[in-house]
Design a binder for this molecule. Structure first.
Ligand code: 2AM
Ligand code: CA
Ligand code: CA
Ligand code: CA
Length: 269
C-alpha cells in the first residue's frame, strides 16, 4: 500500500472512529440490552453490535473490495489476510462499558497483505485517540508518542497482567507467574486489551500479557506499539497469527527476552 492510499484510508477511518465514539457518548445513559456470549461474564450489548454495523456499512460503501473481521459477526468470513482487511473491535472492554461507563475503546486495525498499515484505538470517554500509520510514528491525539526507552530495569517495570495468570491454568506454571509479579515493580489490570496496548505504546506500562486474545483485540495495538519500537508476540515469543486466537505479549523489546525465557514455561510443570 502506498502512502497516498494509506493516508486516504486513515483519514476516513479516523473520522468514523470519532463519529462512532461520539454516538456512544450520546447514548451512554439510554437503557441497554445486555446479553451473554460464551459464558455469564462474556457480555455484549446493542452498542457493540450497532457500532460494528456502523463501521461495516461505511466501509462497504466506500471500499467494497476491502474485507472486515469484526468481533460481533457483521464482517466477512475471512480465511486469509490477502488484500486490505479491517480488523474491528467495536467496544473493547464491554464489561467496563457496562459496569463503569469508562475504560473501554474502539479498536480498528487495517492490514494490507498481512502487513499492519494503520492502527486506531479510541478511549471513548477520555477522548484519547491513539493512532499510527506504518513508518510514520504513533500519536495520542495530535501529540507524537516518544520511542520506548532502550534501557529498562526489570525490577522497575510495570506490567499489564490479569489474575487468570496467577490462578491454576492450562497455559503456564502459576508459581512462575507469581514470581514474575513479585519481581517487577508493579502490575495493572485495566480490562481492555486495546487500551493496555495503547498504554504500552505511551510508555506508562512496560508490557502487557494476556491469554486467549483474538485479532480484533490486538490488530490496532500491534501497529501502534510497533511504531514506538515495541514488539508483540505470543506469550511464548512466537510470531502472532491474526487468524487464530492465542496468548499475547506486547512490550518494550528490552524486557521481552526476560519475560519469555524467564517465566513463560509452557505446561503445568
Ligand atoms: P471485549 O471486551 O471486547 O470482549 C479483558 O477482559 C479483555 O479481554 C478485553 O479486551 C476483552 O475484550 C477481552 N476478552 C476476550 N475474550 C473475552 C471473554 N470471553 N470474556 C471477557 N473478555 C474477553
Ligand atoms: Ca466481547
Ligand atoms: Ca476485545
Ligand atoms: Ca468487543
Amino acid at each position: 500500500m502506498n502512502m497516498q492510499e494509506r493516508n486516504a484510508i486513515y483519514q476516513l477511518a479516523r473520522e468514523w472512529v470519532l463519529e462512532a465514539g461520539q454516538a456512544i457518548r450520546k447514548r451512554m445513559n439510554t437503557p441497554l440490552t445486555i446479553e451473554t456470549k460464551a459464558d455469564a461474564n462474556d457480555l455484549v450489548t446493542t452498542m457493540d453490535k450497532d457500532t460494528e454495523y456502523f463501521f461495516m456499512n461505511n466501509i462497504k460503501k466506500v471500499y467494497p473490495d476491502h474485507l472486515i473481521i469484526g468481533e460481533e459477526g457483521y464482517g466477512d468470513d475471512v480465511t486469509s489476510l490477502d488484500g486490505t482487511v479491517w480488523i474491528i473491535d467495536p467496544i473493547d472492554g464491554t464489561m467496563n462499558f457496562v459496569h463503569q461507563k469508562r475504560n473501554f475503546a474502539i479498536s480498528v486495525g487495517i492490514y494490507h497483505d498481512g502487513v499492519g498499515e494503520i492502527g486506531l484505538i479510541y478511549d471513548v470517554m477520555a477522548d484519547h485517540l491513539y493512532s499510527a500509520k506504518k513508518g510514520e510514528g504513533a500519536f495520542k491525539n495530535d501529540t507524537p508518542l516518544t520511542p520506548l526507552p532502550d534501557s529498562k530495569r526489570f525490577d522497575e517495570a510495570i506490567l499489564g497482567v490479569n489474575h487468570f495468570w496467577l490462578c491454576e491454568n492450562h497455559l503456564v506454571n502459576e508459581k512462575k507467574m507469581q514470581e514474575l509479579v513479585r519481581t517487577v515493580r508493579g502490575t495493572r489490570t485495566y480490562g481492555s486489551a486495546a487500551l493496555e496496548f495503547a498504554y504500552v505504546a505511551e510508555g506508562v506500562m512496560d508490557g502487557y500479557i494476556a491469554m486467549g486474545l483474538s485479532a480484533w483485540d490486538i490488530a490496532a495495538g500491534i501497529v501502534i506499539v510497533k511504531e514506538v519500537g515495541g514488539v508483540t508476540t505470543t506469550s511464548f515469543g512466537e510470531p502472532i497469527n491474526l487468524l487464530q486466537s492465542a496468548s499475547v505479549l506486547t512490550c518494550n523489546p528490552v524486557i521481552h527476552e526476560r519475560i519469555v525465557n524467564g517465566f513463560m514455561l509452557k505446561g503445568r510443570k
